[in-house]
Design a protein around this ligand. Structure first.
Ligand SMILES: Nc1ncnc2c1ncn2[C@@H]1O[C@H](COP(=O)(O)OP(=O)(O)OP(=O)(O)O)[C@@H](O)[C@H]1O
Length: 130
């Protein structure tokens, strides 16, 4: 195999689309393995999707639910990226800017979760009361 897939010490560009995809999938695997919050949000997403099937929601409602789910997951990815980059730069030292960066990244997740909760309430509350 000559796609850079075996080269664990690769630092240059990926040589093929398959090699890029392989590294991207490893990134997702790392998220699942190391990030407890990402796993939690993914579990909630699965529950919401099962519940949505059970409630037989409409296509437009599915689009909003999926948008909310992906907004939270992407916010979680950005949060993890910020944490990794900050740790790479400052290591274990206390740094005020590092704190601000990590707190803002975590705030982004909270904003996405608020959006998801609002979407969920708008879609499911009326259906539950009917
Ligand atoms: N180098 C640092 N300097 C100053 N404050 C820091 C530093 N690293 C972390 N912190 C503070 O500690 C908090 C937790 O940081 P950590 O990197 O452990 O994130 P985490 O617990 O994985 O967060 P999350 O639950 O959002 O994934 C940050 O939100 C920040 O307030």
């Amino acid at each position: 195999m000559n796609m850079g897939l075996k080269d664990n010490k690769q630092v240059g560009k990926n040589k093929s689309f398959l090699a890029s995809l392989f590294h991207a999938l490893r990134g997702i695997a790392a998220l699942l393995k190391n990030e407890r919050n990402f796993r939690f949000h993914l579990s909630v997403a699965v529950v919401v999707i099962v519940f949505s099937f059970w409630m037989k929601i409409r296509v437009t409602e599915w689009l909003w639910i999926l948008l909310a789910i992906f907004a939270v997951l992407i916010a979680e990815v950005i949060n993890t990226l910020c944490e990794s980059i900050v740790d790479l730069v400052v290591g274990k030292r206390y740094n005020e800017l590092a704190k601000r960066t990590k707190d803002i990244a975590a705030g982004g997740v909270v904003i996405a979760v608020i959006f998801a909760v609002i979407v969920g309430l708008i879609i499911f509350l009326p259906a539950l009361f009917n």
